[in-house]
Design a protein around this ligand. Structure first.
Ligand code: SAH
Length: 365
């Protein structure tokens, strides 16, 4: 495939239609191509038997269908599966499947590393190398679906959450088409509310997402006070709690029954006291939301400790008493380092952020 340039997995339906129209073809070719790629897991143009030989050849001259290479699959004793995908010679990312009784959640990465430096996150501690392309993001769903035997009539994956490595809204341009393919009937056909974008709080991008994609939103809040949040989630210095929650209110305005998921990692002695829980409930009083408590997962080099079971229970009880649906996220896949905040992929830290993160942790423990 010499000179092949355009990877069809980078294009959502609208862009694929444009590609075919620009080639002088009918736009329904886009639908046919999507059916092959996402419905039949067929990447070889030669097998697209509703395309003429001439069209298949033309396509091969200018386009390709390329996936990252699957380097490793690890399976946890609790059924969680983690895949390591090689995206180029020096970078690999992780994707995690979490099976539960009535659903299966796929946790997808958006960047190799992350720039946001959240003090308690393994990905942030590793530094940042680059954004993933749309193809590399949607390929995670493709590979997981293929490995799991997921297809239209056997929906093993029920939910997709952009909660793997990286900050999805910092890679908006590439994430948006991937969100479109996930929800397109000819892509993976997930319902809007079953695709969740999780963000540390890039407010202008939340505003933009609200215009561009009807997906569910999760906010990594982790602290009810700005001074504490500045240390745990440094992007708070740019967009503080008030600004963030106001953007959340706009996001779910006019969306019936929708709720924002508030993620809150519980760190021993740092943000897990009753005063934190009460302040959190006050903050969220007029935001339709549910609270997801995540006991901190340690990673190599982290100084924080997981909150004690009593503190977790007490925190949860206060939230519930104040009327919030509150869940404590079970730690899944920790024997394969697949739990929240443990995903690190494999790449070289070009930014040497880990030392900065350690300094911030020291201030808090
Ligand atoms: N950048 C996005 C998505 C990635 S992280 C975001 O910030 O939302 C997914 C969730 O796991 C976030 O809520 C994140 O704050 C949380 N998390 C990160 N590190 C963690 C750790 N070590 N233990 C528990 N939760 C962690």
């Amino acid at each position: 495939m010499e000179n092949a340039t355009i990877n069809l997995l980078n294009l959502d339906r609208a862009s694929l239609e444009k590609l075919f129209v620009d080639m002088g073809e009918h736009r329904f070719r886009a639908e046919q191509a999507m059916k092959w790629i996402y419905g039949d897991f067929e990447l070889d143009f030669n097998q697209f038997n509703n395309f003429s030989k001439v069209l298949r050849n033309r396509l091969s001259e200018t386009c390709m269908t390329a996936l990252p290479e699957l380097l490793n699959e690890s399976k946890s004793s609790d059924g969680t599966i983690k895949w390591l995908l090689k995206v180029d010679d020096i970078n690999a990312v992780e994707t995690v499947f979490i099976p539960e009784k009535n659903r299966g959640t796929l946790c997808v990465s958006s960047q190799v590393g992350c720039t946001l430096n959240c003090t308690f996150c393994a990905t942030g501690a590793q530094g940042f190398n680059r954004h993933l392309t749309t193809a590399e993001i949607i390929a995670q769903v493709w590979v997981a679906a293929k490995q799991l035997g997921h297809h239209k009539n056997n929906r093993v994956i029920t939910n997709v959450v952009m909660m793997g490595m990286g900050e999805p809204l910092a890679n908006y341009e590439n994430v948006l088409p991937a969100l479109n393919i996930m929800r397109d009937d000819l892509g993976f056909g997930f319902a809007n509310r079953r695709v969740t974008v999780s963000t540390a709080g890039l407010v202008p991008k939340i505003v933009q997402l609200n215009q561009d994609a009807d997906v569910a939103l999760a906010i990594s809040l982790h602290a009810p006070f700005d001074d504490l949040r500045n240390k745990l989630v440094p992007v708070n210095k740019k967009y503080n709690i008030e600004t963030l929650l106001s953007a959340c209110k706009d996001f779910i305005k006019n969306k019936r029954k929708a709720r924002i998921t508030i993620e809150y990692t519980l760190i021993d002695g740092v943000n897990d006291q009753p005063e934190h829980a009460r302040a959190l409930c006050l903050l969220l009083a007029d935001l339709p939301s549910k609270i997801n408590l995540i006991p901190f997962n340690p990673f190599p080099g982290s100084l924080f400790k997981q909150s004690k079971p009593d503190a977790i229970e007490q925190f949860k009880a206060i939230c519930m008493k104040n009327g919030f649906i509150t869940t404590v996220r079970k730690t899944r896949g920790d024997d394969i380092a697949a739990a929240c905040g443990q995903l690190a992929g494999e790449f070289m830290d070009r930014t040497r952020r880990s030392s900065q993160v350690n300094k911030l942790q020291l201030e808090l423990v």
